[in-house]
Design a protein around this ligand. Structure first.
Ligand code: SF4
Ligand SMILES: [Zn+2]
Length: 325
């Protein structure tokens, strides 16, 4: 595949390709669940994940489908504290030392999180040892340490690095360069705030070998800039624009085998940084069958916790498995 064959991406074109936006209520979070997040090799921590309902992000990235879970207008003041209170009232919250507040946008964008709600949100997470919020690298300004000072636990900011392929990062329309990401990391480290990052595997314009190379380079880049935890996410269709590219042969979803290869390569270059693969919806990735899929997906979940390459499960099917990095 040739990245130069990709059609120009513009916010208007990306928006025009979207399927209809589902109507979503603002009086409750999108979803709440508990998971085990890795804190150190072999050591997991119960973590409550809260998907808050608020305003759409003002960036319009080519691969992003998070707008489906957002409002068209600004987040109403008071809505997020009410949603978070409901999420914390659900069973199990008291036993989750860590909490992730993901708002399908940027936590420090006033349109998405009204500044007047920050004290209430901070008070609600006072019982958590680690509080993870997501934010765009270019929005990591003085509001971040101000929120750090309001919470009792340790603040972690999750940022999408996505890729370090310069042309594809520009094409994504995220309005940032890898230098912007690096600068945000420097500021966050100066403020003694932890950093989590996301790297996309299998972006449009890359064949499998290129995808493996660029995902590995992005993980290496994240590690070299002090990221504490980096997650590899298979690029998915579903936002309209990526589906259109797929129909034109310009996007092929990464296979489970490619994710296995990228996960193993990432573990090898991560150094002290924790590295995981996103296990959400893995059964939809191509390149697996009923005979091998469950064991291979379980192996990735095991690697997420162990932080070391695990042996491939025995199999007698013909599915392609991990290719050497
Ligand atoms: S900055 Fe993040 S939330 Fe906003 S459009 Fe891009 S990927 Fe989606
Ligand atoms: Zn198989």
């Amino acid at each position: 595949m040739d990245a130069s064959r990709l059609p120009p991406s513009s916010a208007s074109g990306i928006r025009a390709a979207r399927p209809p936006r589902p109507a979503i209520p603002v009086d409750r979070p999108q979803a709440v669940w508990d998971e085990i997040d890795v804190a150190a090799p072999g050591h997991g921590v119960p973590t409550r994940v809260v998907l808050l309902t608020g305003a759409e992000c003002t960036f319009t990235c080519a691969m992003c489908d998070l707008w489906r879970h957002t409002l068209t207008g600004p987040t109403p003041p008071g809505a997020l504290p009410a949603q978070l209170a409901a999420a914390l009232a659900a069973p199990g919250a008291a036993t989750a030392p860590w909490i992730k507040l993901y708002n399908a946008s940027n936590f420090f964008a006033p349109r998405s999180v009204p500044p007047g709600d920050l004290p209430a949100l901070a008070a609600l997470v006072a019982g958590h040892e680690r509080v993870v919020v997501e934010n765009h690298p270019r929005l990591c300004d003085d509001r971040v340490p101000a929120f750090r000072d309001r919470i009792r636990g340790r603040l972690e900011v999750a940022m999408g690095l996505e890729t370090v392929h310069p042309a594809i990062l520009a094409w994504l329309g995220k309005e940032m360069t890898s230098d912007d990401f690096a600068a945000a990391c420097r500021r966050l480290r100066t403020w003694d705030i932890d950093i989590r990052s996301f790297v996309l595997l299998g972006l449009p314009g890359l064949d499998a070998a290129e995808a493996l190379h660029w995902a590995t380079e992005a993980v290496r880049f994240a590690a070299s800039h002090g990221v504490r935890h980096c997650t590899l996410i298979p690029t998915r269709s579903g936002n309209g624009w990526i589906d259109r590219l797929a129909a034109d042969g310009l996007f092929v979803p990464p296979s489970l085998g490619l994710l296995e290869a990228a996960g193993s390569a990432a573990v090898r270059v991560a150094g002290a940084m924790l590295v995981t693969v996103d296990t959400w919806d893995l059964e939809t990735l191509p390149g697996q069958c009923a005979a091998c899929g469950a064991a291979r997906r379980q192996r990735l979940a095991t690697m997420n916790l162990s932080q070391r390459p695990e042996p491939l499960p025995p199999r007698d099917c013909a599915c392609p498995v991990e290719t050497p990095a």
